[in-house]
Design a protein around this ligand. Structure first.
Ligand code: HEM
Length: 418
């Protein structure tokens, strides 16, 4: 199975690819639109038309409006189409309520509500807080391993990726020893530049891996989230649903926080006065995490919806069947909503941002992500007081080819005995 994620290849590169000299800012095509209407048509590379939302209030209105559907399969989202394919509802798509799979991020109520409510109880603030001690252990272990091994490291594989990866594996009950297999397969499956056959093979391998895991949890109950879902869901989930739910959580729990940590550290190193402020007053960490989420908005153009009827937003009528793409990086820099939006400011007065989306699909893992970032940044900053980039910034590979922005690698250095 392939998941209906916006295809990077159909998005105009000037809206997606950030400028090498301004890697933390929205892509140049988005910055240019800052004075343009907050909802405007855009032509995708497959020839289809979509509507780009760059204003904060307009984005919030779209995401709160049930007339916009997340069901990209039933209502052919323009970001999913190949050249020459047309949008509009698929005539033979199963009607709502009759879907058997569990990709709830791409569903509408009532199916979405049912699947999501099974999970909400697992992701409470209280339960996530209880993970903080374990997360601290994981973070300390990894930063100490970096120090023990020398005075330089690539922060992505040695710190930013393993922390969220270990955590989601423990939560779900995935054997961390198997991570290489599924990390590689999910990277290939989601890589727009990979050959279609290679992507399909990787997606198939990932699916089989999770299917085997689900079968094990059905046969033997462990003390983890997947076991709980396998045995306690009422009404019971089918295997296909359970596999999809596991795939969504494993995927969403990995790439997102890992990139926020890697890019977040990079942004702090490039804004030394902000890093110094955070070092001087560690109690600012929650503000810093929120500000980094807003400032970096790593989910580039991945939040899209399809209008199920004509809907007016920001003075524009979106015709039924048309796709709306919320440009989160620019939405979170809307000058009408955030004063001095392009400034990273760990003292910024807390204002809600849309980095986790909004409405019924708002990120289920946001408390986990916040705690992972808080602990990850805190331990790194405290234990490596003179952390710095180890290469000139031109050599830091940006994830401009991916829907989830970040850095492919972040070579850093510190002094011995620091
Ligand atoms: C949904 C962002 C971390 C699980 C979303 C959405 C966004 C988002 C923007 C909304 C998608 C939409 O409306 O179409 C982020 C960011 C993260 C992060 C920026 C890290 C900093 C996580 C983690 C998990 C997770 C750690 C862990 C399991 C999910 C799930 C959904 C979701 C399951 C779908 C919710 C639904 O459809 O009801 N995320 N996420 N996310 N996220 Fe996250």
């Amino acid at each position: 199975t392939s998941s209906p994620i916006a295809m990077v290849g159909v998005l105009p590169p000037d809206l997606l690819e950030r400028d090498r000299d301004r890697p933390f800012d929205p892509a140049p095509g988005l910055l240019e639109r800052r004075d343009a209407p907050a909802v405007a048509p855009v032509e995708l590379r497959n020839g289809a038309r979509a509507w780009l939302v760059t204003g904060f209030e307009e984005a919030r209105a779209v995401l709160a409006d049930p007339r916009f559907s997340s069901d990209r399969v039933r209502h052919r989202d323009a970001t999913q189409l190949g050249p020459g394919e047309s949008g509009g509802t698929v005539p033979d798509a199963p009607p709502p309520g009759e879907r058997t799979d569990g990709m709830f991020v791409f569903m509408d109520p009532p199916e979405h509500t049912r699947l999501r409510s099974l999970l909400v109880g697992q992701f409470t603030v209280r339960r996530m807080r209880a993970l903080e001690d374990r997360l601290t252990e994981i973070a300390v272990e990894h930063v100490e391993a970096m120090r023990a091994a020398g005075t330089t490291a690539d922060l992505v594989p040695s710190y930013a990726l393993p922390i969220p990866s270990l955590m989601i594996c423990e939560l779900l009950g995935v054997d961390y020893a198997d991570r290489a297999e599924f990390q590689e397969n999910s990277a290939v499956a989601l890589n727009a530049a990979a050959a279609p056959e290679a992507r399909a093979a990787a997606a198939g391998a990932l699916y089989s891996f999770i299917a085997a895991l689900v079968a094990r949890k059905r046969a033997h109950r462990d003390d983890d989230l997947l076991s709980g879902l396998a045995h306690d869901a009422d009404p019971a989930l089918t295997d296909a649903q359970l596999i999809d739910v596991a795939l969504v959580l494993l995927g969403a729990g990995h790439e997102t926080t890992a990139n926020m940590l890697g890019l977040g550290v990079y942004a702090l190193l490039e804004n030394p006065e902000q890093l110094a402020a955070l070092r001087a007053d560690p109690s600012l960490i929650d503000e810093a995490v929120e500000e980094l989420l807003r400032f970096l908005s790593i989910i580039q153009l991945g939040v899209s919806r399809v209008a199920t009827e004509d809907v007016e937003v920001g003075g524009v009528t979106i015709p039924a069947g048309d796709t709306v793409v919320v440009a989160t990086p620019e939405v979170n820099r809307d000058p009408r909503h955030f004063p001095a939006p392009d400034h990273l400011d760990v003292h910024r007065e807390r204002t809600p941002h849309l980095a986790f989306g909004h409405g019924i699909h708002q990120c289920l893992g946001q408390q986990l992500a916040r705690i992972e970032m808080r602990v990850g940044l805190r331990e790194l900053i405290a234990r490596l007081p003179d952390l710095r980039l180890a290469v000139p910034r031109e050599q830091i590979p940006l994830r401009n080819d991916m829907l989830i922005f970040g850095v492919h690698a972040l070579p850093v250095a510190w002094s011995e005995g620091s």
